[in-house]
Design a protein around this ligand. Structure first.
Ligand SMILES: Cc1cc2nc3c(=O)[nH]c(=O)nc-3n(C[C@H](O)[C@H](O)[C@H](O)COP(=O)(O)OP(=O)(O)OC[C@H]3O[C@@H](n4cnc5c(N)ncnc54)[C@H](O)[C@@H]3O)c2cc1C
Length: 479
């Protein structure tokens, strides 16, 4: 029997769009790369394809993860069964239907099967991304971690840790597609981090041995999606009981970002005045991050799952092998605690940005919020430029910042979305690529001016039409 050809739509798409443009960026002596992309998850992989289609060559993608495939979070700390975002959103395919998740899924499972799924199963998303990298031949340099960015005139010297050593590679542009952890770090409440020995707690972004929680009582602090996912996995792994502690009096259920998903607001968000963007960020902060209903259902169907509302942990201490969590409504003891408390955005926490973190313009430097909209955490977000590039706090002190483009959740206040999520792709990946293209082009203007003023071979010569040239009426008479 002939094998089904799952990839024919993708191959057809690639045939129809034609070959990739030639690399138009002139080489510069001593420069290794035009662009380095940090992170080979779904964002970094899509950038690699988008830059290639823009004719920007000498691009390399690095990822600290030890082995491919499946870089990114999908087979590590993402524990939900389905993506949280709608299945219909445009994503890594960059407008080319034959490269979309839908096409990939339908070719393997049929149209009816795709119609039946309400959202994309997480495992399938990971498999699709592996396929995407493979069919588009996007190499990722695994086991390669950016540890320091060292600016030099006209380029960045990247210190890359690989196989136990550190080497330096030079690039003109850098894209940080390094996810939530690249924006800062895990946000762990002080009472847990300072009050408990390390073996008694974990953050949801860290590896957790759920098998070891069988028969154990588990507290989950936090009530957004990842907290519910961790609670569900603990329950499914046989925890004796799981208690989830929410600060709020009720679970966040208002998806305020959705209301501005229409094209006008989505496409033009970056052009909104600062006060409006800040207010939107505050509005999101106040409404809270909403767990999807199926994530809640996955936990609440267990009788040994208990939800504590209005119960922030105000203190925590170890008592023998147990953890005691203190809330306004009482004290509770557990064998283990999982902090499902999200992530911080703070450039000073990132080793690779450490040399110049204080030079980065932040929202707090740029905008003074009204008294009832103060928020220190949001003030820490970088105030990004039109190509998602860092700006300088003090003009002239760190001009190289314009060559670092931020494609991670630190772009939230500037761009209104957790950048790196699928919803940010359609607008922001082409936006960043077009800025990089413009910057590289203009930086080499003399070379391009020479190139575009260069000699051009004629398509034909005068002989081609000589016989039809009007030479007066006598010409016609003579015939
Ligand atoms: C639990 C969870 C569930 C989510 N679910 C959804 C969802 O359903 N839908 C959606 O649209 N979004 C979702 N998101 C948000 C977002 O899509 C994901 O965070 C997604 O993984 C972002 O992809 P990315 O490629 O930008 O970054 P990541 O997937 O985080 O990949 C970043 C990569 O960068 C590498 N890296 C980091 N630092 C360095 C360094 N210094 N040097 C080299 N490599 C480095 C990492 O190893 C990693 O592989 C979710 C986020 C989380 C945390």
């Amino acid at each position: 029997m002939p094998q089904p050809d799952f990839d024919s739509a993708a191959r057809d798409t690639l045939r129809l769009i034609g070959p990739d443009p030639q690399n138009w960026v002139p080489d510069r002596a001593g420069i290794d790369h035009n662009v380095v992309v940090v992170g080979g998850g779904h964002s970094g992989s899509t950038f690699a394809f988008a830059l290639r289609r823009a004719g920007i060559g000498k691009v390399t993608v690095i990822d600290a993860a030890k082995d491919g495939p499946s870089s990114g979070i999908w087979l590590t700390f993402a524990r939900m069964q389905k993506l949280r975002t709608p299945k219909s959103l445009a994503g890594p395919e960059l407008g080319l239907p034959g490269l979309s998740f839908q096409s990939w899924y339908e070719s393997r499972h049929g149209e009816a099967a795709y119609a039946e799924i309400d959202r994309i199963p997480r495992i399938d998303w990971a498999a699709y991304l592996d396929w995407y990298r493979s069919i588009l031949n996007i190499p990722i340099r695994y086991g390669t971690r950016l540890v320091r960015i060292d600016p030099a005139p006209d380029h960045l010297r990247l210190h890359l840790e690989h196989a136990g050593g550190v080497s330096i590679e030079r690039t003109r542009k850098l894209i940080l597609a390094n996810g939530f952890l690249g924006a800062g770090g895990p946000s762990i409440p002080d009472v847990i981090e300072r009050g408990l020995p390390r073996q008694l707690y974990a953050h949801t972004s860290q590896p957790i041995d759920f098998g070891a929680l069988r028969g154990k009582s588990v507290a989950v602090v936090g009530s957004a999606a990842s907290a519910f996912d961790a609670a569900a996995v603990a329950l499914e792994s046989g925890a004796s009981e799981v208690h989830l502690f929410a600060r709020r009096h009720e679970l966040a259920s208002l998806p305020v970002i959705r209301i501005r998903g229409y094209p006008g607001a989505y496409d033009n968000y970056g052009a909104l005045p600062d006060a409006i963007r800040w207010h939107q960020a505050i509005r999101f902060r106040q409404a809270g991050s909403t767990p999807p209903p199926d994530a809640i259902a996955r936990a609440v169907k267990h009788r040994n799952f208990h939800l504590h509302l209005a119960s922030p942990w105000t203190d925590a201490r170890a008592s023998g092998s147990q953890v005691v969590g203190v809330t306004p409504l009482g004290e509770f003891s557990f064998d283990f605690v999982i902090a499902g408390t999200g992530f911080t955005v703070d450039a000073r926490q990132r080793p690779e940005l450490g040399d110049f973190a204080d030079d980065i313009l932040l929202w707090r430097d740029r905008f003074t919020p009204p008294a009832d909209e103060q928020d220190d955490g949001l003030g820490n977000y970088p105030y990004l430029g039109g190509g998602h590039e860092y700006l300088e706090k003090q003009p002239g002190r760190a001009p190289f910042l314009k060559d670092i483009h931020v494609f991670n959740p630190a772009a939230f206040v500037s761009y209104g979305l957790p950048v790196g999520d699928v919803p940010s792709f359609r607008r922001d990946i082409p936006g960043v690529v077009s800025r990089i293209s413009r910057d590289l082009f203009l930086a080499d203007l003399p070379a391009h001016e020479t190139r575009i003023n260069g000699s051009v071979d004629p398509d034909f010569d005068g002989e081609f039409y000589a016989s039809s040239i009007w030479r007066g009426p006598h010409n016609v008479a003579a015939e």
